[in-house]
Ligand binder design. Structure first.
Ligand SMILES: *Cc1c(COP(=O)(O)O)cnc(C)c1O
Length: 390
């Protein structure tokens, strides 16, 4: 089946949906058993999708988990209250005191904060590596390295990692390869075709797709499934059925949305390339984006997210640009139907590897589903205000 067909039919097992088209929202903490035999069945089949206690999931959870596996691959998938909760539960399920974690230097900021605080206090050591390391990651693996964590493209600066090369080394060395596949969503990148062991999604982004719910997922190969499921359960991780319902609704249009986000973003990115104020356009579909060839080889396409740098400009000029945009709202996150803008990233302070020493102000855009010509007009006016202050 082609992706669009899978998207429409995923997670619609009658066992979960009953006679409805989509799975209903099941609100439940307590599940009631009619007989001791039923209760025993639930205890014995803890790993299976059987309603047992609210935290373990209801048919709403089970339908979404099924849909995720049908669309992303992997053996099975779990839900978490946010993308960041998914990341930290995945890491804590496999790391312990004395272990070493290889973390990509271009990782999403809050993941870095988790490593540098909570994991550090627990005696887990993190080393940051260059996103372009590829197969040379091998030389960074220590005796106690348990996990290699990737995120591709890199947060804000969009470097594309060689995921298959890193998977190959990880497998040979017996290290777990975890990917934050949020950019890849369910359309742009297939983690399990590229050797990843554990794939994490901030479903808050394109899966929910409407900026109105927080949700995370972690899926894994069969090898790591039991440990992931047991540990997530011990840590009390679950998510609200209402939010899962929004994600389930989001899934139905994800490919249609991504295609439009991609097309509009390419139009805006190409326009930005022609602007005299702009230095670099950091979009993986452009040849000068680090790892562009890898992106072309491994990804099925791009989406609405990219960044650009300005040749010069002080904080006041950048503020004038941001303050005068009408359609691009200033806010964190991305992946909704609306356009967003963000700047003032302090990469030099955050990152270990001096990748971004020689560049002007960095601005990230998420291109929503507005008409791209209107978005371009909006940016054009922003640049006018920028130039007055510069
Ligand atoms: C947003 C985001 C997260 C965190 O997701 P939340 O649902 O906001 O906690 C993790 N990774 C990436 C790449 C993200 O963009």
């Amino acid at each position: 089946m082609k992706k669009d067909t899978q998207i429409v039919h995923s997670g619609r097992n009658k066992k979960w949906t009953g006679q409805a088209v989509n799975v209903p929202v099941y609100h439940a903490s307590t599940i009631i058993f009619d007989t001791v035999a039923e209760l025993q069945n639930g205890i014995k089949n803890f790993q299976k999708k059987i309603p047992f206690y609210g935290r373990r999931g209801t048919p709403t959870h089970f339908a979404f988990r099924d849909a995720m596996v049908e669309l992303e691959g992997g053996h099975d998938c779990l839900v978490y209250p946010s993308g960041l909760a998914a990341i930290n539960t995945a890491l804590l399920s496999f790391l312990g005191s004395g272990d070493h974690l290889l973390m990509v230097d271009t990782v999403y900021g809050p993941t870095r904060a988790l490593c540098n605080t909570v994991l550090k206090r627990m005696g887990i050591e993190t080393s940051y590596y260059d996103p372009m390391v590829g197969k040379d990651i091998k030389s960074l693996i220590k005796k106690n390295t348990k996990v290699i964590f990737t995120e591709s493209p890199g947060s804000v600066t969009m470097e594309v990692q060689d995921i298959p090369a890193i998977s190959k080394v990880a497998r040979e060395q017996g290290v777990i390869h975890m990917l934050d596949n949020t950019y890849g969503n369910l359309i742009n990148f297939n983690p399990y075709d590229h050797g990843v062991d554990i794939s994490i999604q901030a479903a808050t982004k394109y899966i929910v797709g409407h900026s109105d719910a927080m949700l995370g997922t972690v899926s894994s190969t069969e090898k790591y499934w039991q440990r992931l499921q047991d540990n997530s359960s011990y840590m009390g991780q679950t998510a609200a059925p209402d939010d899962i319902n929004l994600a389930m609704r989001g899934i139905r249009t994800i490919n249609t949305r991504i295609k439009q986000h991609q097309e509009s973003a390419l139009k805006v990115a190409n326009w930005l390339k022609s602007r005299p104020e702009v230095d670099l356009v950091l979009h993986p579909a452009f040849t000068d984006c680090p790892g562009h060839k890898i992106w072309k080889r491994d990804f099925n396409g791009s989406n609405g997210l990219f960044s650009f740098t300005l040749k010069t400009g002080n904080d006041e000029a950048v503020s004038a640009f941001l303050d005068n945009l009408k359609l691009f709202k200033m806010g964190y996150s991305w992946g909704g139907f609306e356009s967003l803008v963000m700047s003032f990233y302090n990469l030099k302070k955050e990152r270990k590897l001096a990748l971004w020493d020689n560049y002007g102000p960095l601005i990230r855009l998420h291109i929503g589903l507005e008409d791209p010509d209107d978005l371009i007009s909006d940016l054009e006016y922003g640049f006018k205000c920028f130039s007055k202050m510069k």
